[in-house]
Every structure is written in structure tokens, then in C-alpha cells.
Ligand binder design. Sequence first.
Ligand code: AMP
Ligand code: GLY
Length: 415
Amino acid sequence: MKVLVIGNGGREHALAWKLNESPSVDKIYVAKGNGGTSSFCENVDIDPSDIEGLVEFALKEEIDFTVVGPEDPLCGGIVDVFRDKGLKIFGPNKECAQFEKSKEFTKIFLEKYNIPTARYLSFTDYEKAVDSLDEFSYPLVVKADGLCLGKGVIISQNRDEAVEALNQIFNERVFGQEGDKVVIEEFLTGEEASLLCLVSNNKLYPLERAKDHKQIFDGDKGPNTGGVGTYSPVKATDKLVKSLREVCDKIEEGLDKEGLNYSGILFIGFMIEDDEPKVLEFNVRFGDPETEVLMPRLDCDLFLLLNKTVDGDLKAEDIKWKDDYCLTVIMCSGGYPGSYEKGKVITGLDDTDKDLIIFHNGTKLRDGDLLTNGGRVLSITAMGDDLQEAREKAYENAAKIHFDGAYYRKDIGTK
Ligand code: AMP
Ligand code: GLY
């Protein structure tokens, strides 16, 4: 089988790495891929959001199965376009991708199906949004409705900050048309967590849990990033497991009643307080870096799993896990998530342990040198019998890898 993986990051490297273990998979193309995927896949120079270019390539190369990493092509309708051409593809269709494309779409769904979430109001008009502020207490959360590369959520400590956030989105148009609509919602306290589910024929099959670390500095300080470290599994009380399943059941009911046909991954972001989960957001794709710790722990054939998901006949017992712990520390470019330089030479990879797994988030090869090519650069991933063993191994090896300005958190998995 010929498989195409769409995307450039650590998530796509991890997916391709696991697909490469499958006896059914003969060749993997990655568009565009990175310096890590090029070692065992063929990188294809087509942008992940170039749907026409990708479909043309898949037809020409007679690709048997396509896996989409990022949200952009999913929200742009790549799944519908591929299926129209008879090409098999893993991911939700354009209608279902609205769960990530529009925060209001998700909030309406959550409210309609009684799924716990923050109280909210949505607006298309600056004045009306400002008038509504007195209905909330502070802090409150102002969210641009659309896709804003994770920057569209502004937590406001007082009325002045909230007015300024609305001004930025509606009047200054900092997110362009992605800010045509705004959701204002109550601020939730608790511990953030996520649950990734394979969704086959509107049925949710939770994967084992992974803990992301979003802030750039130790102790969860500093600005949010795409995620700079993660580990799995994460323990949960019976009460929490039951509450999470109840949320999944309500989502299944809602998908059916709305006449949606969801297939692919649903990433549910939660805020959890006293074992009571409230939904913060839906994403319609695998998490990055959650995927970097889930793939090494998966104890079955990913290609078969994704195929069954698309065919609508996945069963819970198809998904198998290793008992081992897995932990990833992400080495970042100095300055990330603010501005940073690219093109720094990376050294030391050959000195790392043979059983260490290094997924590349943002690298490229030039004249035999491996160069940094993004804010998140390398996911240093280690397995262990327990969390401590995985953590020590990841950190011992991270210390052997060097590039100018390299930075990583020192406290992943210590909480
Ligand atoms: P979202 O893209 O909606 O998940 O928001 C991005 C981040 O903003 C989340 O991961 C949370 O850290 C934070 N956030 C979003 N909504 C809320 C909320 N209602 N209360 C507290 N924090 C929130
Ligand atoms: N790690 C968070 C995300 O993928 O959105």
C-alpha cells in the first residue's frame, strides 16, 4: 500500500513512523515532511493547505490511503475532495471540521446536547459585544471564532482589557475574517486535560490519555505554545473516567441527531475541577505533541486501525496499548513562541541512546546538515517502566543534542 501523510511536524513524523511498522505499508510519502521524515519516507514538496495539488499528486501516484495531520486542509474540505475522486482518506469531512473551524458551532452543539462547558455569548458586532460584558465576571475569555493558530483566545482580567480584546478583533481585525464572530465566555478554573478519540461511524473510541504542557517555562509559567512536552499514560479516578465517558456518549448522540457523519480523530480539550470535566474546545485532528507519546505506546497496527475507522467498523478491542510510560521533551528555538531564528545546525543526534525516539517538529536537511526550521524543533521521546525512568532517559539524551539557542523545559512529567 502507498500511504500519504499530510503535514510537516512532529505529529506527522510520529504517525508516519508508526505507519512504517505496518506490514501492509510499502511506501510513505509526506507532504511536505521534514528532516526527520525524509530518513524513511519520501518528502513531497506540496503545501498541506494546497488541496488541489495534493489530490492531483494522490491520483497520479495512485495513493491507497491518506492521513491528514493539521486542521487547515480538514477545515478546507480536503476529505470531501479526496472522496469525490474515489481516494480513501482519514479525517472528518468539511461539515464536521466546523467543530474546529468555528468556536460558535461547537458551543451551540455543546449547549444543545447538555455537555458541560463554560457559559457563553457570541457576537458579530463590536458595540453589542461591549454591552454584554457586564453579564460576566472577571477574568473572562474573549475568543475569535475562527482558526487563529492558537492565538485567538484572550483572557481578560478586567473590563478595559476585554474592551481592548474586542477592539483588536473587531476593529483592528488582527485575525482578519477569522474574527468576524467572537465568543465571550466565563473563565473556568481547574486542570487542563485532553482526550483524543478515534471516531468511527459517529462512535467515540478514546485513546489512552496524554498530558500536554502548554506554557513555555517551568512551573507552567510564561506564554502558551503549541505544547512543549507531554507524557502518557495519565491516571484518572473512576469518577473522572465515568464523567468523560458520559461526555463521549452525549457527543455521539449529538452527532447522530445532527445528521453529521464523523470519522477520524476528535480531540476534546477539557478543564477539570473536582473530577468534573467541562469542554473547552474540540479539535478535529491528532494533538501535537500528544501523538508523539501515543504512537510509541500503541501496541497494534496503526494502518489497520485508521482503515477500520474510515470503514466505520472499528471496535474498542482493536486499540491496544503497551504498559510502558512514554515522555517527550520538546527542544525549541530560543525565543519561541515569540520570534526566533531558523537555520541553526543541530549536532549530537548520533550520540543519543539507540532506543531513544526522536521525532522532528521543525527541521530540514541542507547539504548533509540538519538545520532548525521552526519554533518547536525536536521531540526527545523515551519509554520507561515508569514515568521517572522515561523522564530521566529523555533528559539525559536531550543534554547530548545541541544547536544555537536551544531551549527546553526541565520539569516535564514532574508534577
Ligand atoms: P481553546 O483554543 O479554546 O482551547 O483555548 C486555548 C487555551 O485558552 C486553552 O487551552 C485554555 O488554556 C485557555 N482557555 C480557553 N477557554 C477558557 C476558559 N473558558 N476558561 C479558562 N481558560 C480557557
Ligand atoms: N497539543 C495541543 C494541540 O495539538 O492542539
